[in-house]
Design a protein around this ligand. Structure first.
Ligand code: AP5
Length: 297
């Protein structure tokens, strides 16, 4: 199990006033010492953090601090996350967990398309032809669908978690042109032999939207088991076609996000996969909480 130790120390605007005590959140630590102004010997307040927060010490020090916190009263930028991987690599499963903790808007290209198919729209009818063959739905349908969802107020305010998009260089380029740049690109890596088993055993709860697997994440009650449904493209034959499409596009897409990509072993149990993702997102979140450049080592 991965472990990560990041501490939230988000100073309020009072940091800028040398006569006021410092406050921090969300750990609700109150610093009763006064901030030393730039006229003092050391402009830094050193924070000495132990794992046990009750033993955390804050003191002024002439020694070089182990890290420096800059303060800002501005609202933190929301997270913008992309998650990618082969069919059934666990994107949707991880998105449920990420969304619960980080309150991001989950935008799943496949779910948007299935909603169009279910509604019987023209786009839905066209999309279904491609989905049945495991091919990419044309850009003129997918790109605008995703762009519109990301442009909604909740996505702009809370941040987004984009699942299964982009799947081609043209989709990535289009998104960039519209000004949607991710902070992180998460790639779930799962050996192909596991993917077929995951697909054929997958079931969905139409009431809660929760993803189950008959073997790995069975339904909690008989009532839930009785209402589970299966996706129309969840057959062995179709997942192999989806896999071919994925394999022929993934490297080109990855090359566009090299500097912000993290690769995670998606064959581990889902909580372990999530632990890795959570560490990376926690760190990113901390960096964004202090937009003037905190935590410089
Ligand atoms: P989409 O719906 O995105 O399908 P996909 O990419 O094939 O991915 P899946 O949804 O099948 O899998 P997942 O990675 O979310 O896995 P899950 O968490 O459910 O796309 C469908 C189609 O739409 C495409 O083929 C294409 O035609 C079209 N499309 C979509 N996006 C497009 C785009 N951008 N451009 C053009 N066309 C597009 O997990 C799977 C199963 O495994 C579950 O049962 C789960 O319980 C289990 N599981 C998950 N994690 C674990 C674990 N760690 N251990 C054990 N079991 C696990």
């Amino acid at each position: 199990m991965a472990s990560c130790n990041f501490y939230s120390v988000n100073f309020t605007a009072s940091f800028l006033n040398p006569n006021k005590p410092l406050t921090s959140s969300p750990n609700h630590l109150l610093l009763n010492s006064k901030f030393s102004s730039s006229h003092s010997d050391s402009p830094f307040l050193s924070l000495h953090l132990n794992q046990n927060l009750s033993r955390t010490q804050f003191r002024k020090s002439k020694a070089a601090p182990s890290f420096v916190v800059f303060a800002s009263g501005e609202k933190a930028e929301p997270l913008r996350v992309m998650i990618s991987g082969a069919p059934a690599s666990g994107k949707g499963t991880q998105c449920e967990l990420i969304r619960t903790k980080y309150d991001l808007v989950h935008v799943a290209a496949g779910d948007l398309l299935r909603a169009e198919v279910a509604a019987g729209t023209e786009n839905g009818k066209r999309a279904k032809e491609y989905m049945e063959k495991g091919q990419l739905v044309p850009d003129e349908i997918v790109v605008m669908m995703v762009k519109e969802r990301l442009s909604q107020q909740d996505s702009l305010e809370k941040g987004w978690l984009l699942d299964g998009y982009p799947r081609s260089v043209s989709q990535a380029t289009a998104l960039k042109k519209f000004g949607f740049d991710p902070d992180i690109f998460i790639l779930l890596e799962v050996p192909e032999e596991l993917l077929v088993e995951r697909v054929v055993g997958r079931r969905l709860d139409p009431v809660t939207g929760k993803i189950y697997h008959l073997k790995y994440s069975p339904p909690e009650t008989d009532e839930i088991a009785a209402r589970l449904t299966q996706r129309f493209d969840d057959t062995e034959e179709k997942v192999k076609l989806r896999l071919l499409t994925h394999n022929s596009n993934v490297e080109a897409v990855l090359s566009l996000y090299e500097g912000i990509t993290i690769r995670i072993d998606g064959s581990l149990p889902k909580q372990e996969v999530y632990s890795e993702i959570d560490c990376a997102l926690t760190k990113l979140h901390e960096q964004k909480q202090a937009p003037l450049g905190s935590l410089a080592a």
